[in-house]
Each structure stands twice: as structure tokens, then as C-alpha cells.
Write a protein that binds this ligand. Structure first.
Ligand code: UDP
Length: 311
């Protein structure tokens, strides 16, 4: 008898990451590839960079230049896709006040476009990157998901409308959607080129150029900083879970002042005027996500800063 062998190739899990060339997106792509997924990245390369993904092989990561606000013929990319991680969108508050319509097109209409494509493809899970800015200056700290919504600028409003669409689609069409309200995410590949830099982006550049760290106001204001590796861990767990139609805070659950960060980094400081609408305190209550997926943040702010400034 002639011997023969069967070569059965395991079909790889396919995921889409919108905004996959950006800071958080590219870290998520790394993690998904590690988990054995093939990833399709949809990115318009306005703030994302090809260099963030250049270490990946073409067979693992397919990069498509496309703008989610004006997307044609995208359905073909969603064929056989199991997971959609929708991270694309415009960030930064001040430009959103100057050009609110652009933010509506990207953050709200863009989200609808991706939801529609995901709905047609009958994907397994849709995870949306929402923003903790929906709470404005919350009364209760740590803030839980049930806190009053108080969007104070077009960026917060358009991201929140995106979330509403994600949750309504879960309701109307029984889609497996989850929205995660990001607190302050930091880690490798943080965008350091934006005009209105996030605190870690500015401090990284300033430290590199041996300039003083710019402290806004008196530096006593606090934020909840979550390391991007903790965040991508939560995403993987949420994707694998049976949960749907849920909203989760995604933060570290710890409050850290800007002064504390500047002291950990060390060096000279200068104080600059307070930004309009800059909340004094921000901290996530993360009990819900901790209970539902048995996740917890593992990287302390000190470890995270050490990693960031070594890389
Ligand atoms: N901040 C600062 N120095 C900077 C940039 C920001 O002290 O160079 C402060 C900022 O005023 C805010 C906090 O750091 O109170 C976090 O700012 P970021 O823009 O990173 O996040 P967000 O305000 O959106 O939470």
C-alpha cells in the first residue's frame, strides 16, 4: 500500500485592527500576532506610522491605507474575520474644538462605517476604544461606568457618540460588541509629534532633549495611567470571553499626580499655565472588568516609567 500523509493546515484566526499603525494599535497588533492571529490593519497614516509595524512579516500583518470616514469597498477585508478592534479615530481636544465636523466624520461616522462592515461579516467580537473623557470632571473618584456622562468638548462628544452606536448596534442587531473607556494609556511608541502632546509624550521628548519638564498648573492634578501591555491583555481576554453589549472602564485603578511622574523621571521642571477644561482628578473604578474577565493591571507606574525611558 502506498503511504500518504495528510497535511492539514490549521486556519489562522483573522483580526482587524483599525488604527493599527498607531501607538495603541501597533502594540495590539504585536500581541495578536504573538497569539497566532493574522491581522489586517486599516489606517489612514495621519498619526500612525509604517515604522510601528515594520518588524512584522507580510504574511502575518496586512496593511491597508484607508480612512474610516470615507471607506469604500471595505467589505472584502472583513471576510472570515473573527475579531474587530476599532481604535482608529482622531484624538486631541483643542483641534476638536477648532474643527468639530472633522471629528464627527472620523470618530462617529467612521465608527458607523466599521460597525456596518462588521455586522455584514458576522464577526465574533467587536471591541471599541472609547474614552474616559465622557465623564468630564466626575463627582465620584474612582469613577465607575454608571457615572453621569458629561462630554465637555467635541472630542469627548464624538467618541461618546461612537460608543452609543456600538452599544445600540449590539442591541438592535444582537452584535457581540464591547466598549472600553480608556483612561490615560502610555507605553512604547507613544506619539511624540502631536501639537498638544500628552504628558508622557512631552516628558519623553523633553528628557531626550535635556529640556525641563513642563508641568501644567501646579502639577497636583491626577490621572489614571495604564500601561499599554495591561490594556492589550484586557483586550485579548475580552475578545475570548462570551461577554457582549458591555461597557468597561480600562485604567489601572490608581491615581497618580503629574508631580509624582515628574519626580520619578527626575530633572528640572517648569510650570506652565493650566489648560482649559483640564480635570483636576481622574481615576477609574475597574471592579467591573476585574470581576467579569479576571483581569488586573500588572505594571506599576514606576515599572512602566522605567521601561519607557529605557527603550
Ligand atoms: N500635562 C502636563 N505637562 C505636559 C502635558 C500635560 O503637566 O507637558 C498635564 C495635563 O495638563 C493634564 C495631565 O498632564 O493635567 C494629563 O494630560 P494628557 O494630555 O496626557 O491627558 P488628558 O488631559 O487628556 O487626561
Amino acid at each position: 500500500m502506498v503511504g500518504f500523509k495528510f497535511f492539514t493546515k490549521m486556519k489562522k484566526i483573522k483580526s482587524i485592527v483599525t488604527g493599527g499603525a498607531g501607538f495603541i494599535g501597533s502594540n495590539l497588533v504585536d500581541r495578536l500576532v504573538k497569539e497566532g492571529h493574522t491581522v489586517i490593519v486599516l489606517d489612514n497614516f495621519v498619526s500612525g506610522k509604517r515604522s510601528n509595524l515594520s518588524h512584522h512579516l507580510k504574511k502575518n500583518v496586512k496593511i491597508i491605507r484607508s480612512d474610516i470616514s470615507n471607506i469604500k469597498n471595505i467589505d472584502k477585508y472583513f471576510r472570515d474575520v473573527s475579531y474587530v478592534f476599532h481604535l482608529a479615530g482622531l484624538a486631541e481636544i483643542i483641534p476638536s474644538i477648532k474643527n468639530p465636523k472633522k471629528y464627527f466624520l472620523n470618530n462617529t461616522l467612521g465608527t458607523l462605517n466599521i460597525l456596518e462592515a462588521a455586522k455584514k461579516a458576522k464577526i465574533k467580537k467587536f471591541i471599541y476604544a472609547a474614552s474616559s473623557s465622557c465623564y468630564g470632571s466626575p463627582k465620584k473618584i474612582p469613577t465607575s461606568e454608571t457615572e453621569k456622562i458629561d462630554t465637555q468638548h467635541p472630542y469627548a462628544f464624538t467618541k461618546f457618540l461612537g460608543e452609543e452606536a456600538v452599544i445600540k448596534y449590539a442591541d438592535f442587531f444582537k452584535m457581540p460588541n464591547i466598549s472600553c473607556r480608556f483612561f490615560n494609556v502610555y507605553g512604547p511608541r507613544l506619539n511624540t509629534t502631536g501639537q498638544y502632546g500628552a504628558v508622557f509624550s512631552n516628558f519623553l521628548t523633553q528628557k531626550k532633549k535635556k529640556r525641563p519638564l513642563t508641568i501644567v498648573g501646579n502639577g497636583k492634578q491626577t490621572r489614571d495611567f495604564i500601561h499599554v501591555d495591561d490594556l492589550t491583555n484586557a483586550f485579548i481576554k475580552l475578545a475570548r470571553s462570551n461577554l457582549k453589549n458591555k461597557i468597561y472602564n480600562l485604567g489601572s485603578g490608581k491615581e497618580t499626580s503629574i508631580n509624582k511622574i515628574a519626580n520619578i523621571i527626575g530633572g528640572k521642571k517648569i510650570f506652565i499655565p493650566k489648560r482649559p477644561g483640564d480635570p483636576n482628578r481622574s481615576c477609574a473604578n475597574i471592579s467591573k472588568i476585574k470581576n467579569d474577565i479576571k483581569w488586573k493591571p500588572r505594571i506599576s507606574i514606576i515599572q512602566g516609567i522605567e521601561r519607557l525611558f529605557q527603550s
